[in-house]
Design a protein around this ligand. Structure first.
Ligand code: FAD
Ligand code: N01
Length: 538
């Protein structure tokens, strides 16, 4: 509730988060619009995802020339990428460089968490509270809090009694962890677990991987970028930036074909092999357009990947356990690997299928599954995130009538265009639920949202409006539209974090808009051009 005792620092805008989104949002609002802005960040530095996820093997899986900002030609020209897919330290260095180059750090308070935000309905301003006892009053509140920033370690019974070391990948120690001579358990085989396995296997005396759902992991195909290649990329940046918008996810591919079913089995096999060798997202988003739309088309590529897995794993029983079934290829976030399957060919690496033998509890010295006890010294939880809504709900945001955002979205998130929700005026979400977000190259999705929000605020000021707020009808229509588009694809068929399926009790709602980035941008631009159609101006 609103504390009327005063002592509030008034600012035009509070931006929560200092990842790709928060940094650019502060730059737009402060340096282009001239607003007073305070950034609040729980971490001790900038970087967001790339600050927190320091586990061995953490790496980006979108090409470096795409996974970066596009708003500054000078920035593009002065930064050299060293690898096709940059590792976590390089992305973190890049974001620190951006923060320093644009003098952004001075606008942030680090090591501080927003723990409450209450709408003051008398003035349509936000009262923001931090865990350090600070109170800020702001007209605009921007949640740049990240879709994959609220970590989630399942509540395994006995966890607190474990005597060894435990690690969560999304809050990894800043000093390197040495697993030499240790017996290590790793729970989770999503993108994070798949990246970690070869690295931990290289050090540990024994590694036991606890897998619930096998991934359709494909080769990353990383390589260094030499000076000549970087010079060509720099020269090509304007063309690259234009081409990005020709692809639904903003990632550029050569030779995307319409239908897997329109080609012979031989040609399909040749084409899949070519895409497999090309690495990255090529097989997933850059092969046939219908593999995420048509079950028969999907089965052709799923079968191809299953054969690849079997061919790389020596022990037939382990190969069988690693082979994904029962959900379509690509319906979960594509997992990319470098030596993942070969790691299981080493005698000290064991795979436990926890669907067949579930984890019953964690004991003081290991993990007990339905069939036996696995003694271990360390446990790594690579168990993912309470995606999209986790970080938002943890802020305890209360809108009109004191209503919590989590209550407004009890049946699933409902922000109009993913940007703003009814009853919460002047609260904006960057790459929020129901926007293309994680199925769009994130830095570009972030720039598009920050630009839209900054333009909207500038327009409100120019037209003497105090506030903007989604209309309930527009919001309901958008929820329906996002669902209809998703239901026309195979993506809702997997138990993924896109649907909240990884968090017990979370409503099963597909939280990503799959209409394509250019189409989505056009919708957002049309709404703005039509005097913010679907939003109430106050
Ligand atoms: P984040 O980077 O998550 O930053 C949000 C920040 O908000 C965090 O620093 C957090 O501490 C802060 N915060 C949250 N709540 C509060 C609060 N209440 N108070 C104060 N601060 C708060 N995407 C891709 O497109 N390609 C990739 O290859 C890719 N790789 C990834 C790898 C990993 C391991 C993970 C976890 C995600 C990856 N992603 C990738 C998604 C990635 O999250 C985005 O690309 C991007 O970094 C998101 O930036 P952001 O600023 O929106 O959020
Ligand atoms: O998390 P996840 P993540 N018992 O949710 C398992 C991005 N990213 O951190 O699949 C046993 O994908 C869970 O099993 P299941 C990317 O967008 C990118 O790996 O739910 N197991 C799963 O295997 C990615 O999608 C990169 O059955 C349990 C794992 O834990 C997103 O971040 C690298 C369990 C969690 O997988 C999240 O990835 C890293 C339980 N109770 C991350 N609960 C790149 O390569 C969960 N699991 C760029």
């Amino acid at each position: 509730m609103i504390d009327a005792s005063g002592d509030e620092s008034p600012v035009d805008a509070v931006v929560v988060g200092a990842g790709f989104a928060g940094l650019y949002m502060v730059h737009r609002l402060r340096d282009h619009l001239g607003l007073s802005v305070r950034g609040i960040e729980a971490a001790e530095g900038v970087g967001g995802t790339w600050y927190w996820n320091r586990y061995p093997g953490a790496r980006c899986d979108i090409e470096s020339q795409l996974y970066c900002y596009s708003f500054s030609r000078e920035l593009e020209q002065e930064w050299d990428w060293s690898e096709r897919f940059p590792a976590q330290p390089e992305v973190l260095r890049y974001l620190n460089h951006v923060a320093e180059r644009f003098d952004l750090k001075r606008s942030f308070t680090f090591g501080t968490r927003v723990v409450g935000a209450d709408l003051d309905e008398t003035s349509d301003t936000w009262l923001v509270r931090t865990d350090r006892g600070e109170r800020l009053r702001a007209r605009f509140l921007v949640a740049a809090t990240g879709n994959l920033s609220a970590g989630r370690v399942p509540d395994f019974p006995g966890r607190e009694n474990f005597r060894g070391h435990t690690y969560f990948t999304g809050d990894w120690p800043h000093q390197p962890v040495d697993f030499s001579g240790r017996r290590v358990a790793l729970i989770g085989t999503g993108s994070t677990g798949v990246q970690l396995v070869p690295h931990v296997a290289r050090q540990a005396a024994a590694l036991t991987v606890f897998q619930r759902t096998p991934a359709y992991a494909c080769p990353l195909g990383n390589r260094p970028i030499d000076a000549g290649t970087m010079a060509r990329i720099k020269a090509d940046y304007p063309a690259i930036r234009q081409r990005e918008w020709d692809f639904p996810g903003g990632v550029i591919f050569d030779d995307v074909r319409p239908s897997a079913l329109a080609e012979s089995a031989e040609e399909r096999q040749r084409f899949y092999e070519q895409k497999w060798q090309a690495g990255g997202m090529n097989l997933w988003l850059g092969s046939y357009e219908d593999i995420l739309l048509d079950e028969r088309a999907n089965e052709t590529v799923a079968g191809f990947v299953r054969d690849k897995i079997r061919s790389r794993v020596d022990d037939p029983d382990t190969a069988e356990k690693l082979t994904p079934r029962g959900y379509p290829f690509g319906a979960k976030r594509q997992t990319l690997e470098d030596g993942y399957y070969e790691a299981f060919n080493q005698p000290h690496v064991e795979l436990v299928d926890v669907k067949a033998t579930p984890i019953e509890c964690i004991t003081p010295d290991g993990i007990r599954t339905a069939d036996r006890h696995h003694p271990v010294d360390d446990i790594i939880f690579a168990t993912g995130f309470d995606a999209f809504t986790g970080a938002l709900y943890r802020m305890n945001i209360r809108g009109r009538g004191g209503r919590l955002l989590s209550d407004h979205w009890a049946a699933g998130p409902r922000p109009y265009l993913g940007l703003n929700t009814s009853g919460f005026p002047n609260l904006f979400f960057i790459t929020g639920p129901l926007s293309p977000s994680v199925l769009f190259n994130m830095p570009r999705a972030i720039e598009q949202h920050c630009d839209w929000i900054a333009d909207c605020i500038a327009w409100l000021q120019a037209h003497d409006y105090q506030a903007i707020e989604a209309e309930p009808d527009a919001e309901a229509d958008w929820v329906d539209h996002v669902r209809e588009v998703a239901d026309a694809t195979l993506l809702p068929q997997a138990d993924s974090w896109y649907l909240g399926a990884n968090v017990p009790g979370k409503p099963r709602v597909f939280m990503v808009y799959l209409g394509g980035c250019a189409n989505y941008k056009r919708i957002c631009d049309d709404v703005a051009a039509d005097h913010y159609r679907g939003l109430r101006l106050i």
